[in-house]
Design a protein around this ligand. Structure first.
Ligand code: G6P
Length: 363
């Protein structure tokens, strides 16, 4: 097993560091910067003609990627929702012939997700699976598949598969919007080069990250909060999930604007707040972070150099300047590193957290 980890102490750290490669693999041949359109040749031209709404179904980290994809699709003008697969049997929205249901599942074997996928198919939806595992049950059962090509992930806490899922869902969403609306979404000129440069930017981030020092400073806190807005919201949820999975400490993610509607009651000088800035109404997120700071909480701003939050926050985790569609994903890499180093300092068993399994095949 040690041999498989190479130079790293844990598979999780290895897999975090593999993200430049896994993302480059995911994107290879799938964007066509020459004519400014997304080819995504996994799908025939016009595959998504007529789709008028999209339902994403997923669990755990894949649900956060699904939420990311769903918000991006809404922003591209296509009606979509992300649903927890285990809630789907009691709360599925209505389906018709023009509904596309997308199962997002790393393993392709999660029982909750398979059940929801089967239910959607039985009701007449078109189905598509986004997965890492060729030949998995979800891949075999859906009408279409999109493989994220992240390579095997051994750590129970998903890292590289989240970033590859979210990137592929961003691309897929643009393609669905393009097919179903008959016009390319407006921001492609910024998105395509940003996608191309993303592996390199994450490579740099892995070098300059100060996440270990931040983890060292705060890993004896009472609780950890993560806030984000827009595409930063699913990243806040994922940041908190990763943190609780491997540190066993209390961590919660909130939409920035929700902080004042309840969670602020939990904020004290012993509860660091990680604020994610993606370029979508950042001034409001900064105001929310300041509300926490006023209650004594240390604020860690996850944002580019030169961002107004740097001046206000107690700490700064730097991310590269990039398209707002992708900024949350590079921020997530910093948060993965914070969780990893905090768990390491607390001496937790990082690759196999207590009570958790990589793939849950029971309901
Ligand atoms: C388990 C794992 C999570 C994962 C979830 C969904 O709970 O511990 O890390 O996100 O299953 O798995 P899937 O294979 O469907 O993405």
């Amino acid at each position: 097993e040690q041999a498989g980890k190479g130079e790293y102490d844990h598979f999780m750290l290895k897999e975090i560091n593999e993200q430049p490669t896994s993302l480059a693999q995911a994107l290879e041949g799938r964007i066509d910067p020459l004519n400014g359109r997304i080819a995504l040749s996994d799908f025939e031209p016009g595959t998504f003609d007529g789709v008028d709404s999209v339902q994403f179904i997923a669990c755990g980290t894949s649900y956060h990627a699904a939420l990311y994809g769903s918000l991006a699709l809404n922003q591209a003008g296509v009606h979509s929702t992300a649903l927890l697969a285990n809630e789907y049997s009691v709360s599925a929205p209505p389906i018709d012939d023009d509904t596309l249901v997308i199962a997002v599942t790393q393993s392709g074997e999660t029982a909750d997700t398979l059940n929801a996928l089967r239910r959607a198919a039985a009701e007449g939806a078109r189905t598509l699976t986004v997965t890492n595992v060729v030949g998995s049950t979800a891949a075999r059962e859906a009408d279409d598949t999109l493989f994220i090509r992240a390579g095997p992930e051994i750590g129970v806490a998903a890292t590289k598969t989240f970033s590859s899922q979210a990137v592929m869902l961003t691309l897929l969403g643009q393609r669905i919007a393009d097919d179903s609306r008959g016009e390319p979404p407006a921001d492609l000129e910024s998105l395509l080069p940003a996608l191309e440069s993303m592996p390199g930017k994450i490579d740099d981030l892995l070098e300059y990250s100060t996440a270990e020092a931040i983890a060292d400073r705060y890993s004896r806190s009472e609780a950890y909060f993560f806030i984000g807005r827009g595409l930063g919201f699913p990243v806040a949820l994922e940041g908190a999930l990763k943190f609780k999975e491997i540190t066993y400490e209390h961590a919660e993610g909130f939409a920035s604007g929700e902080l004042k509607h309840g969670p602020l009651a939990l904020v004290t000088p012993e509860t660091p707040v990680f604020a994610i800035f993606t370029g979508q109404e950042d001034e409001k997120t900064l105001k929310n972070a300041e509300e926490a700071q006023t209650r004594g909480a240390p604020v860690v701003a996850v944002c580019p150099d030169g961002h107004p939050a740097v001046e206000v926050a107690d700490e700064h985790l730097r991310i590269p300047d990039t398209d707002p569609d992708l900024a949350g994903l590079v921020a997530n890499v910093q948060l993965q590193l914070v969780s990893y180093h905090a768990a390491d300092l607390l001496d937790r068993p990082i690759d196999k957290p207590r009570n958790l399994a990589k793939s849950v095949t029971v309901e």
